[in-house]
Each structure stands twice: as structure tokens, then as C-alpha cells.
Design a protein around this ligand. Structure first.
Ligand SMILES: Nc1ncnc2c1ncn2[C@@H]1O[C@H](COP(=O)(O)OP(=O)(O)O)[C@@H](O)[C@H]1O
Ligand SMILES: O=C(CO)[C@@H](O)[C@H](O)COP(=O)(O)O
Length: 478
């Protein structure tokens, strides 16, 4: 049996799966936690990856490995390959002002023209999540660190490079999927837009070479992150592209991921440009494209509400299912860390419709689940509005383990929802890419598609209508 390994270095944790390269069967797995926060020293990811690899039985008998990772993180390296400062993550909003400036600059002061120019250039409109805005923030607020920045990498790029033994800045590599989330790579041309990078940072540092979907990225160096070296390295990808590969998403499939981020993504054979900025036109990990909508507030809305009520996730779910649809008029707009879509980085969460009848744990639990799902329903609507077919909606991520989320999703979204068994689909996709890198060829290996459970419910349009009223009312006040 030939073994391959896949990594998911996500916001909250690092997961490693070891699978049979031919059948895709799971053989071993491990995981380790990441520190909290929106600014993290990459050394913490390296330590977690080492721990997760060890707990997954090591890489000594693994023929190939690939890394999936949280997107957009700004990893700045000096000319000796040392990290210049802790990485700003996708969910850090301090560069919101830089995003506004970059839009205005490309539009010569005309916001609409600026949005269109960015969408046409790189498939996205700057918001604080994207790397290009973080580099502008760095240039504005930490000019010495900006000047020391000889190379810029993404979390998955940096971990792949560390696995290879940090063999010099010119050995940094990435893939189309993650490059498409930087704000300085074009999914239309497949090339970097170093002019936009230089506009942001003030100079154009070394950038990782963008590899093909199954192009070899070197070999694991013994001792660096794994006791045993020799395994081939795949290019890796951003977590959402890896998840789509892991779940074998095809055009017409929409993947709803409820992790730290809430993501609505689909596979397209053509690149997207949405000047509203709602849909980001990313690339996927197979040579296609991955238009997606991302919210900042997803599984942690459930974490926070469970903490407020002093219950665990199972009890939160049970409570939510005892309250009526619409939670008696209690609406939670869950912008607990600001929000990315809609672009309201300074917003806070809001509860509206609190009455004596709704002031109880069940109504609060229901409002939290419905508020989370309404934000994703808005994303699904935006994806469809761009002409992407919606034939199947698949629900994954830690939040999908909630029975209330699974049962309320079809009602709020208005479509059936297919739920595969709880799993690590990002790491699975990375493992499948590793098998593809090992085998070569134009397409990834065919692994058995996972079974799914279908959840259906009568649509409850009044829930989204009421949510939209409260969402827009709170927007007017912030
Ligand atoms: N049964 C559950 N119900 C609701 N949320 C859950 C459940 N199990 C885990 N979670 C939440 O899912 C999140 C982790 O999901 P995951 O997809 O691994 O996130 P990420 O990939 O962003 O690190 C955590 O916030 C965790 O609390
Ligand atoms: O910002 C995005 C995608 O644009 C997020 O999807 C991050 O990639 C974080 O992923 P998770 O930690 O939630 O998996």
C-alpha cells in the first residue's frame, strides 16, 4: 500500500490525514491546536504541524504530502529567510483602511471605478482579509518591517517551504488556489500583478513560484518538521480549494463550510469578476476556478452563544430546535469580529426583538443558528446571481456537526442540503493532491466519493426577510 498525507493548517488547528494513495482509505490521522488571535507567529503553525505529524504516526512510510492552509495570511521573510513579524491572518481587520485606500487609488477617487478595476485585474475587490491590504498596512504602520521584507508567502507556502528544509527564498512555491487570494495574482492571466504588489508595499519582494495543480514542490527534508525525509511535496493550496478537491466538488456543487470562516464556494470553468466585492473570484486546485463568499463569523458564533448560555454544542443544538422558526422575532446579526461580507470590519453583533417571550436560552440559541445561516444564505444568493448553477449544496466544517445547523440549513437556504460524514475535507483534498503529484497525469486520482445524508425542510423566507431588515438597520447605525 502506497501512503500519502494531507495537511490542513487552518485558523484554529492543524490536522494531518494519512491515506491510501490508490483507494483514498483513511489509515491514520492527527491534530494539534493553534493559538487564538488574528496575528500569529508562524512558528506556532510549525510546532502544531510537527505535533500533528507525530500524532499521525510520522511521514516515514509516506510517499507524498501536500499542505492545505488558511488563506491570505501575510508571512513576511527577511533576506535570510527569517520571519520579520507575526503573520496577520485572514480574519484580522486592521487593514480595512488600507483596503479603502487601494480601491480609491485604482479608481482615481471613484469608488465604483476602483472596485471594477480591482475585480478586472485580480478577480477580487480589496477587503481587510486579503494579503495585499495587509502589506499596505505594513508599509504605513511598520515601515522598518516593510523594508526588511525580502519575500512574502502565505501560510501554506511557508509550511511547504519549511517541510522542504527552508531551502532559500527562491525555492518558495505556491499554487493558483492560494495565489488567487492575495490581491496581486490574476486568475485571468495566471500571472502575478507585481504592479499592484509594489503599489501596496512600496517594493516587489520575492514571491513564491506558482506551480501547476500537481507539480512537484520538492521533497520533505529529514528533521525539519518530520523525523523522516524523502516524501514528495505537492504544491498544496488554500483551504477552500483543497476542500473542494477533498469532496470532489464539480460545477453545480456548492460547498458550504462552517469553520472559523463561513464559506460558500462553487467550482466554475471560468474566472469571476464581481465589482461589488461580495463574490471573490478565486482559482481552485485543479486548474478551474472557485468563486466564493466568505463571512468572518461562522462556527465561533455557536461557540460564543454556547459560552453565553453555559452549555455545550449538543445542548445548544437541542435548545435551538425547541424554539420556533424566526425565534419569535429575536434576530441575531452575528458580526462578533466585525464582518467581511458584507464589508463591515468595525461592526459588532446585534440582538433585536428581545421580549419577555424571547428572553430565554432556546430563543437565543435559535437566533444564533439562524443568524449564522442567513449570512451564508446571502452568500449562496450572490454566487447564484453570478450565473453559477446550484444543483447540490454540501455542508462541511466543524459547525456542520451541529444537528440544529443541519436541520435548519435547508429551511433558511431554501434548498436541500447534503451532509457528508464529519471529516477533514481540506486535509483530504491535500492528500488527494499528494497522490496526484505522485502519480502525475492531467487529473487527480478517482477516490470513492463520500456518502451524504440529505436534509430537507419547508423554506422559511420570513426568517431571512426579518434578518435582512435588522442587518440593514444596524448597518445604518454603525
Ligand atoms: N458539534 C458542534 N457544533 C457546533 N460547532 C462545533 C461542533 N464541533 C465543533 N464545532 C466548532 O467548529 C469549529 C472548528 O471547525 P473547523 O472546520 O475545524 O474550523 P477551522 O477549519 O476554521 O479551524 C470550532 O469553532 C468548534 O467549536
Ligand atoms: O479567508 C478565507 C477564504 O477567503 C477563509 O476560508 C480562511 O482560509 C480561513 O479558513 P478556516 O480556518 O475557516 O478553514
Amino acid at each position: 500500500m502506497t501512503l500519502v498525507a494531507g495537511v490542513d493548517s487552518s485558523t484554529q488547528s492543524c490536522k494531518v490525514v494519512v491515506r491510501d494513495a490508490e483507494s483514498g482509505a483513511l489509515v491514520r490521522e492527527g491534530r494539534a491546536s493553534h493559538p487564538d488571535g488574528t496575528e500569529v507567529d508562524p512558528a506556532a503553525w510549525e510546532a502544531a504541524l510537527r505535533e500533528a505529524i507525530d500524532s499521525a504516526g510520522g511521514l516515514g512510510d509516506v510517499a507524498a504530502v501536500a499542505v492545505g492552509g488558511q488563506q491570505h495570511g501575510m508571512v513576511c521573510l527577511d533576506d535570510a529567510g527569517q520571519v520579520v513579524r507575526p503573520a496577520l491572518l485572514w480574519n484580522d481587520t486592521r487593514s480595512a483602511g488600507a483596503a479603502t485606500d487601494l480601491i480609491a487609488e485604482l479608481g482615481d477617487g471613484d469608488d465604483g471605478a476602483g472596485r471594477r478595476a480591482w475585480a478586472d485585474a485580480v478577480g477580487l475587490v480589496p477587503v481587510a482579509s486579503f494579503t495585499v491590504t495587509k502589506l499596505r498596512w505594513l508599509a504605513q504602520h511598520e515601515p522598518d518591517n516593510a523594508a526588511r521584507t525580502a519575500a512574502v508567502a502565505l501560510p501554506h507556502d511557508w509550511l511547504t517551504w519549511k517541510l522542504a528544509g527552508s531551502p532559500g527564498l527562491d525555492a518558495l512555491v505556491t499554487d493558483r488556489g492560494d495565489a488567487s487570494g492575495t490581491g496581486y495574482w490574476s486568475p485571468f492571466t495566471g500571472d502575478y500583478r507585481t504592479d499592484l504588489l509594489e503599489r501596496a508595499l512600496g517594493h516587489a519582494p520575492v514571491l513564491p513560484r506558482v506551480l501547476g495543480p500537481a507539480e512537484r514542490a520538492g521533497q520533505v527534508a529529514a528533521g525539519a518538521l518530520a523525523a523522516d525525509g524523502g516524501a514528495l511535496l505537492g504544491p498544496g493550496s488554500g483551504d477552500n480549494a483543497a476542500a473542494a478537491l477533498g469532496i470532489n466538488a464539480e460545477p453545480g456543487d456548492v460547498v458550504l463550510s462552517i469553520g472559523t470562516s463561513g464559506v460558500v464556494s462553487t467550482v466554475s470553468t471560468t474566472p469571476s469578476a464581481d465589482p461589488s466585492g461580495t463574490v471573490a473570484g478565486f482559482a481552485d486546485a485543479t486548474g478551474n476556478f472557485l468563486p466564493l463568499v466568505v463571512t468572518l463569523n461562522a462556527a465561533r458564533v455557536l461557540d460564543a452563544t454556547a459560552r453565553l448560555l453555559g452549555v455545550d454544542h449538543d445542548e445548544l443544538s437541542r435548545l435551538a430546535l425547541t424554539a420556533p422558526a424566526g425565534s419569535g422575532g429575536l434576530v441575531m446579526v452575528p458580526y462578533l469580529e466585525g464582518e467581511r461580507t458584507p464589508d463591515r470590519p468595525h461592526a459588532t453583533g446585534a440582538l433585536h426583538g428581545l421580549t419577555l417571550a424571547t428572553s430565554d436560552p432556546a430563543h437565543l440559541a435559535r437566533a444564533a443558528v439562524e443568524g449564522l445561516l442567513c449570512g451564508l444564505a446571502d452568500g449562496l444568493e450572490a454566487i447564484a446571481a453570478l450565473g453559477n448553477p446550484v444543483r447540490r449544496v454540501l455542508l462541511v466544517g466543524g459547525g456542520a456537526r451541529s444537528e440544529a445547523v443541519r436541520r435548519l440549513a435547508p429551511a433558511v437556504l431554501g434548498v436541500p442540503v447534503l451532509v457528508p460524514p464529519p471529516g477533514e475535507y481540506v486535509a483530504d483534498g491535500a492528500a488527494r493532491q499528494a497522490a496526484w503529484t505522485l502519480a502525475g497525469g492531467d487529473t487527480p486520482p478517482v477516490w470513492p466519493t463520500t456518502s451524504t445524508e440529505t436534509y430537507e425542510a419547508d423554506a422559511v423566507p420570513h426568517v431571512r426577510e426579518r434578518y435582512a431588515e435588522v442587518r440593514d438597520m444596524t448597518a445604518a447605525r454603525v
